[in-house]
Design a protein around this ligand. Structure first.
Ligand code: MN
Length: 416
């Protein structure tokens, strides 16, 4: 049985203030994905949560999702979809009973028992269990027990123990959780967030399943055994998922899983789907970046620039914008390397200086060319007040340290 495992679509996602729906990136990916589906002709498409980027998605994101699911339904391919921690389960489950007829199987909210879809191939039935995103208190309210589960692992075990599974047949689970192998946490893409709280689950609770299609972590990877797998997000949703070269980028694509007879190892392939705008990180002086960009011949990218210049000319921003405009690229994020790497912690503890004063000194030293804005200054002031109310275990020095770390995030970011 051939399954396509997708996850973390995040329809409606923004990247540094830019909507990936409006810019066409997500629609472009949908078309690429449908092309792969037409070539592969899978028996089912599994969508392991975070369909939308937020619980109340905008109309464009809903439209895109609707078009994508309609296109799958038009092909007669069964789709099994669960909610993720970013989704509102109720929103995802909307019309769920009605679309069941169209082989669009949706599990938005945790149920007792779990929804299960059974498909057949030459080797017999494959049961696809759908476990929407849950947290322990929710698990307990849906599966009443005397003792509250003490962890996400226990809650998950409890839910799965309640299902009438036939271990002689093939069972697939779709889940959207943070799964660990021993003490090994998955490698994050950088764009995951723990909206709603996502606790750790030991992969051994899935031992009875022949394949576990996971969502939540945006980098494709295996947890514990090859059959427990994150598909990863379809696009890079964070500059941390992009390299300085194409090779450095996280590999994105459509994960094709083929199940053979019960007990045999499934096979896995990733079919690449090119993004409309690849992400790229560039680091160097203003001059070196201009040279690199002019000679690279690269076009239509989303770019993060990190400048290393000691002093910058006043027209830095318009120069960079013009440079990237000329190649149809967009600079979404500009920042600077701190002047001295060790500069981060170069402040002398002193009883008569507030963390705010430490911060302002540091900032002036790092950015003599750019005075701190009154807004940022106010923000720091309030931040200090806020941190001070946390109690006296936070010394002035510790506060200053926190503020200085925060300063790194203020260093000239722009939303182009
Ligand atoms: Mn996600």
């Amino acid at each position: 049985m051939k399954l396509i495992h997708l996850a973390d679509l995040h329809f409606g996602r923004q990247l540094h203030g830019l909507s990936l729906v409006t810019q066409g990136d997500q629609e472009y990916w949908c078309r690429g994905c449908l092309k792969v589906i037409d070539e592969e002709k899978p028996d089912a498409v599994l969508i392991a949560g975070d369909v939308y980027d937020r619980s109340q998605p905008g109309s464009e994101a809903r439209r895109l999702c609707s078009d994508f699911l309609t296109a799958l339904a038009a092909r007669g391919i069964p789709v099994c979809m669960i909610s993720g921690n970013h989704d509102s389960g109720e929103n995802i489950a909307y019309l769920g009973d009605l679309v069941w007829e169209k082989k669009l199987y949706v599990a938005g909210v945790l149920e007792n028992p779990l929804q299960c879809v059974t498909l057949e191939d030459a080797f017999g039935p494959v049961h696809i269990w759908m476990l929407p995103y849950f947290f322990p208190a929710l698990a307990r309210s849906v599966y009443p027990t005397e003792e509250a589960p003490s962890s996400y692992t226990e809650a998950c075990r409890m839910i799965l123990e309640h299902q009438k599974m036939n271990p002689e047949e093939r069972n697939v689970l779709i889940a959207h959780q943070l799964v660990l192998s021993g003490t090994d946490a998955p490698e994050m893409g950088g764009s995951e967030t723990t909206v709603g709280g996502v606790g750790q689950i030991d992969y051994h609770v899935f031992d009875d399943f022949d394949y576990v299609a996971l969502g939540h972590i945006h980098k494709e990877q295996v947890m514990g055994r090859p059959e427990v797998r994150y598909a990863g997000s379809p696009l890079c949703y964070h500059f941390g998922e992009a390299g300085k070269t194409d090779e450095g980028n996280f590999k994105k694509g459509v994960l094709v899983v083929e199940l053979g007879e019960k007990g045999s190892a499934p096979t896995y392939r990733r079919v690449p789907v090119a993004p409309l705008h690849p992400l790229r990180n560039m680091e160097g002086t203003l001059e070196s970046i201009a040279e690199e960009q002019k000679h690279s011949g690269r076009r239509g990218e989303y770019i993060h620039v990190r400048l290393t210049d000691e002093v910058l000319p006043e027209d830095t921003l318009p120069r960079l914008r013009a440079l990237f405009d000329a190649s149809g690229s967009q600079m979404l994020w500009l920042d600077r390397v701190p002047r001295s790497a060790a500069g981060e912690m170069q402040f002398q503890a002193s009883a008569d200086k507030s963390a705010e004063e430490y911060f302002l000194e540091y900032y002036q030293e790092q950015r003599p060319d750019m005075p701190i804005s009154p807004f940022d200054q106010q923000l720091i002031h309030h931040l200090q007040e806020l941190l001070e109310t946390r109690g006296d275990e936070e010394t002035t020095e510790a506060l200053a340290e926190r503020l200085v770390r925060y300063a790194g995030t203020l260093s000239g970011e722009v939303n182009a």
